[in-house]
Design a binder for this molecule. Structure first.
Ligand code: PEP
Ligand code: MN
Length: 333
């Protein structure tokens, strides 16, 4: 697996070098954001251009390739001129094709002018919402910009709002099977505890690589503290990974990942239904109304059978699900 690892943000030169000195043993590419797209203006916005020199030290002294995010043409220009090996475009930029095209145009001009000599690859993250065609389009913009220069364009799957959206990643992979697909379990989950299982899922699904956030002292990180892990922890996760990119049943594995995600959403919906049921139960208790209301259930059942048999489900299945949901609602009330 192609491994990109490093802190969410370059905070200080010491923090960057401390993380890199552990990662150099097992991760070929060191990531660190210099210009951070943060929700609140009062929070740490990244070290900015001065961090470029820290990344250059990582390349020079630790022998790692480096990667950073560029969100504006100016940032792209600075990163390329500093000789950063990999540039990624982030989830927020991804939502705006004009912004992505401006980055692609800047990149093309830099390549043509010989000002991007250190560049090896571009990583394109998906947007915060589920949109495989948008992601593919952004990848195409970058592919067109680097065409003929031997620069690799990769896709980074970072989920949407802490959901995997496996279906989006699979759609992209089917449309662009030659584009290396990396998983970013850190931004996908927002939760350090979910990073290891997601790395194993990526291996099981035949991902080509991982982009993982690590920090020498995660609890003190200036951004994304809850999702970063120690570099040593990542070493343990990586050493236990078994990848089999040629497995014959990969399509089935993907479909099962998608199905598990849909099931999670289904049960989440059941929990929401039960929470509403309990509030209804409270109201019935206060107003002296009977918990069981046969006419209301008949109405729900009849309407649902009509809509869902039209959607191709059998009447027996629809009735059985309605009865099961209703009985549990009664129990919760
Ligand atoms: C990042 O990788 O540091 C980052 C900001 O990610 P995303 O754009 O996926 O939120
Ligand atoms: Mn981050």
């Amino acid at each position: 697996m192609f491994l990109v690892a490093g802190p969410c943000a370059a905070e200080t030169e010491e923090q960057v070098l401390a993380a890199a000195s552990v990662l150099r043993a097992f991760a070929p590419v060191f990531r660190a954001g210099l210009w951070k797209p943060r929700s609140q203006p009062s929070t740490f916005q990244g070290a900015g251009s001065k961090g470029l020199a820290w990344l250059q030290r990582v390349e020079r002294e630790q022998g790692l390739r480096t990667a950073t995010e560029a969100a504006t043409p100016e940032q792209m220009t600075q990163a390329l001129e500093a000789g950063i090996s990999y540039i990624w475009t982030g989830a927020r930029t991804a939502a705006n094709p004009i912004a992505v095209q401006a980055l692609a145009d800047t990149l093309r001009e830099a390549l043509q002018a010989g000002r991007a000599k250190g560049l090896r690859g571009v990583m394109v993250k998906n947007a915060m919402h589920e949109d495989a065609p948008l992601w593919a389009g952004n990848i195409r913009r970058m592919q067109e910009a680097v065409n003929g220069y031997g620069i690799e364009v990769m896709a980074v799957h970072r989920g949407c709002n802490h959901q995997p959206c496996w279906g989006m990643a699979y759609a992209l992979h089917e449309e662009m099977p030659d584009v290396p697909l990396l998983l970013d379990p850190s931004h996908l989950s927002g939760d350090a505890k979910r990073v290891a299982p997601l790395c194993r899922k990526a291996a099981e699904l035949g991902y080509d690589g991982l982009m993982v956030e690590v920090h020498p002292c995660p609890q003190d990180a200036w951004s994304d503290a809850r999702q970063q892990i120690m570099p040593e922890e990542l070493a343990g996760i990586i050493s236990g990974l078994r990848t089999d990119r040629k497995a014959a049943d990969l399509p089935l594995r993907w479909l099962r990942a998608m199905m598990d995600e849909v099931d999670d959403a289904l049960w989440e919906t059941v929990h929401r239904r039960m929470a509403i049921s309990r509030r209804i139960g409270e109201w019935k208790r206060q107003t002296g109304v009977a918990v069981r209301q046969p006419a209301r259930f008949e109405d729900i059942l009849t309407r649902r059978i009509a809509t869902e048999t039209a959607n191709g489900l059998s009447e027996e299945t629809v009735a059985a699900i309605c009865h099961a949901l209703h009985e549990e609602s009664i129990r919760q009330q």
